[in-house]
Design a protein around this ligand. Structure first.
Ligand code: FES
Ligand code: FE2
Length: 418
């Protein structure tokens, strides 16, 4: 349970809100690169409650500006892409991607007024099929060296889906190992190890990027089924992938306080994606990135399917199940009314890390996982794996088995093992 004040601290994400200021200290996805093809139209976007326009200049470089023209507020997403920037269609003011006003063609010849105009502008980079922006103060930190940012594009499949609730409850859902024994269950599937033991031991290990979350299920007298996933500060996580030796990232990016984009990045180490793989990864997501099963149609829940098919009666897609569960908690979950149990251990740890990080920002410090030192910018130890481990063995360190087997460096820093 949180106090009302703590709940506000973590769920309010606009400019000036403590939680919003925390999220602004990290690079955040602002669009998929496929939404902004070179030569394409500017894209109106909303991120952390701010209305912005994303565009490419004539050299193909992404720029992110406040959507309302500094002159009299016209919408720059209708603007003309020309002359090294974006030009407002109302009176022709021209802005470059750094927010400088290059021209005010209606002002008298020789006027220097344009030199005093600054449009809100945020830094952008492109990586892993995403365009990311830094909305915080001062110099942007390094983009974390995640494997899914540096891998060849054939090994990375990014997409996104609209979720109509606050980002935090969906972010928390990624660190709730017990819901795999229920929400995503297939009825009459007797080989599902998640169902063989629905009361796993849960263990949380703090790391430089956030935390490793272990779920340990006793599935035989002499062996445990161990799953390892990663919480990455402050609003993403990596969970089991699709068998290609990698993992899936879910990155919950606030549009505003009551809706967010779930950016999903599937990353493989061993097998490149083909078009069929990419299509099936988008199952349930329409061309506009809204979900075909949604709150408006009650996720097309089918009571007959609940008897023989799936636990939820909402089809096979985990995305649908997660969306129904987290949207059901309300637009912003009232955490003063919840009752947390043992199964919520990782969520409690996550909230403590976020509240501590909010305090860091309030007191003028960089929060954890804001990366400024190139020598520390290595995150190959974000390892997501699962397998049977002899009961006599420790589950901590189990993730290193796969880590070593694919030949990645073992020299990875782990901040503490509390
Ligand atoms: S409102 Fe944009 S140029 Fe006048
Ligand atoms: Fe889930």
């Amino acid at each position: 349970m949180l106090t009302s004040n703590e709940n506000d601290l973590l769920t309010r994400t606009g400019p000036g809100d403590p939680g919003g200021e925390l999220l602004r200290r990290y690079w955040q996805p602002v669009a998929l690169a496929e939404e902004l093809p070179t030569g394409g139209a500017p894209l109106p976007v909303k991120l952390l409650g701010e209305d912005l326009v994303l565009f490419r200049d004539e050299r193909g470089r992404p720029g992110l500006l406040g959507i309302h023209c500094a002159h009299r507020g016209a919408d720059l997403s209708y603007g003309r892409l020309e002359d090294g920037g974006i030009r407002c269609i109302y009176h022709g003011w021209l802005y470059d991607r750094t927010g400088r006003c290059l021209e005010q063609p209606g002002e008298p010849a020789g006027s220097t007024f344009h030199q005093r105009i600054r449009q809100t502008a945020y830094s952008c980079v492109e990586a892993g099929g995403l365009i990311l922006a830094y909305l915080g103060p001062g110099e942007a930190p390094l983009l974390p060296d995640y494997e899914f940012f540096t891998a060849p594009s054939e090994y990375v499949a990014p997409t996104k889906a609209l979720v109509a609730c606050n980002y935090l409850q969906a972010n928390e859902g990624n660190f709730d190992p017990v819901h795999l024994s229920f929400l995503h269950r297939r009825i009459e599937s007797d080989d599902d190890l998640h169902v063989k033991d629905v009361t796993p031991t849960i263990d949380v290990e703090e790391t430089a990027f956030g935390a490793r979350v272990y779920a340990i299920r006793r599935v035989a007298v002499d062996s445990n089924f161990v799953k390892v996933r990663a919480f990455i500060m402050p609003n993403l996580g990596a969970a089991a992938g699709d068998g290609g030796g990698g993992y899936q990232v879910n990155w919950h990016v606030p549009i505003d306080d009551t809706s967010h984009w779930r950016y999903m990045i599937l990353f493989r180490r061993t097998t490149p994606f083909d078009e069929g793989d990419r299509r099936s990864f988008r199952n349930g997501v329409n061309a506009d990135y809204k979900q075909s099963r949604n709150r408006g149609n009650r996720y097309l829940q089918d009571r007959a399917e609940m008897k023989l098919g799936t636990y939820t009666g909402m089809g096979a897609e985990f995305l649908t199940h997660d969306t129904a569960a987290t949207e059901g908690e309300g637009l912003i979950q009232d955490r003063t009314q919840e009752h947390l149990g043992y199964t919520d251990r990782a969520i409690v740890a996550l909230r403590q890390m976020l509240l501590s990080a909010v305090r860091d920002v309030q007191e003028g410090r960089d929060p954890p996982h804001v990366v400024r030192d190139p020598a520390a910018n290595h995150f190959a130890d974000i390892e997501v794996t699962q397998g049977l481990v002899p009961s006599s063995d420790s589950w901590r360190g189990f993730w290193k088995r796969d880590f070593a087997s694919v030949g990645r460096s073992g020299a990875v820093p782990t901040r503490s093992t509390s």
